[in-house]
Design a protein around this ligand. Structure first.
Ligand SMILES: *[C@@H]1O[C@H](CO)[C@@H](O)[C@H](O)[C@H]1NC(C)=O
Length: 329
């Protein structure tokens, strides 16, 4: 008996270790908040007092990238789009339509074209193209539903920056980089490997090209200890929006959200219940395996097969354990 218990727990420990190992990056994302790389409000100039971080040159090129299916941008996004164009009169402006995006990938990154064309959801192409243009040209990418609240020029002083999201990870809706920044090179290299399908479209998009994918690569990149000049700096929520000193204003968007997003949002707001249910299910599974395992050991020792009654774990378990005990010793 004692040996079978040991084997049982060893198997459980192996399974749990494997799961923890596979999800390690995700688990660390819950505790790593990126504050070491924060772009602090103290180092930024006030909203009306200059365009450069003190003592630092602008290194990111003055290019604004945005994406949409075609040139006919929906009316509700014209205002945020125009606010960014108006605040950056000297900047180049690129709108990456589906057609331009595909031409660009075909011409410059033909190794990625098959993955690019193969994406099931258009938003995956919209995600991917922003990483490629940042890696290629450098500049600043902004989602169409983000308006600009003050000139972004101070952010041109960092080699690369992304935006922190709550409760965990980073987003891909506003980010900037110099051309060929090692983080974005790593991001584009990783895209084909992450092109996998998960059960729900929302999770598939998040994990293959979206913010979850970017957060995972960000974790890997940071845990390799990048050089000082290759760090990816992080814009925190207060510098992102809602304050007089923030850079952006957020407009309603999420044009690609589907039915399953409601499920995810529901799960987000019921996470305590779901965690408890998860533990109950987890223990039930362990208990089930344990009972089944006990039965098999018992059946082997007695030379009898599993009777119907014994296959139903719940009503005679006490007697069952005693039986197992007696035969094993
Ligand atoms: C542009 O794309 C949107 C979204 O896919 C679509 O609804 C619209 O019809 C397109 N407009 C033109 C002119 O093709």
């Amino acid at each position: 008996m004692r040996r079978s218990v040991a084997i049982f727990f060893l198997a459980q420990i192996l399974i749990v270790s494997y799961l923890v190992h596979s999800c390690w990056t995700l688990i660390t994302l819950l505790v790593v908040d990126g504050s070491n790389d924060a772009i602090s409000r103290a180092e930024l100039p006030g909203p009306n007092s200059g365009l450069s971080v003190h003592g630092k040159k602008h290194i990111i090129p003055k290019i604004l990238h945005q994406t949409y299916a075609n040139e006919s941008i929906p009316a509700h996004w014209i205002e945020p789009q125009q606010s960014c164009i108006d605040l950056h009169p000297e900047w180049e402006y690129h709108l990456w339509t589906d057609k331009k995006a595909r031409e660009f990938i075909a011409a410059e990154y033909p190794w990625f074209l098959e993955t690019f064309d193969g994406y099931r959801f258009p938003i995956q192409r919209a995600d991917a193209i922003r990483y490629f243009v940042l890696a290629h040209y450098g500049g600043v990418y902004i989602d169409l539903d983000d308006g600009c609240h003050r000139p972004l020029d101070p952010l041109l002083s960092y080699p690369a920056w992304v935006r922190r999201t709550l409760p965990t990870g980073i987003s891909n809706d506003a980010m900037g980089a110099i051309p060929h920044h090692p983080f974005f090179l790593r991001v584009i290299d990783a895209l084909p490997n992450y092109d996998r399908s998960w059960l729900l479209p929302y999770i598939t998009v998040m994990a293959s090209t979206g913010p979850l994918f970017l957060s995972v690569i960000w974790r890997h990149y940071n845990s390799d200890g990048p050089l000082e000049e290759e760090r990816v700096r992080v814009l925190f929520p207060d510098e992102y929006s809602n304050h007089p000193w923030s850079f952006f204003t957020h407009h309603l968007g999420n044009s690609w959200h589907r039915g399953d997003v409601r499920l995810i949002l529901w799960m987000g707001s019921h996470w305590i219940v779901l965690t408890i249910v998860g533990f109950v299910v987890g223990f039930a599974v362990i208990y089930g395996i344990w009972t089944l395992y006990g039965r098999i050991v018992h059946a082997k020792n007695t030379g009898r097969g599993l009777s119907l009654k014994r296959r139903l774990p719940f009503w005679s378990s006490q007697q069952e354990y005693e039986l197992v005990e007696r035969h094993e010793v």
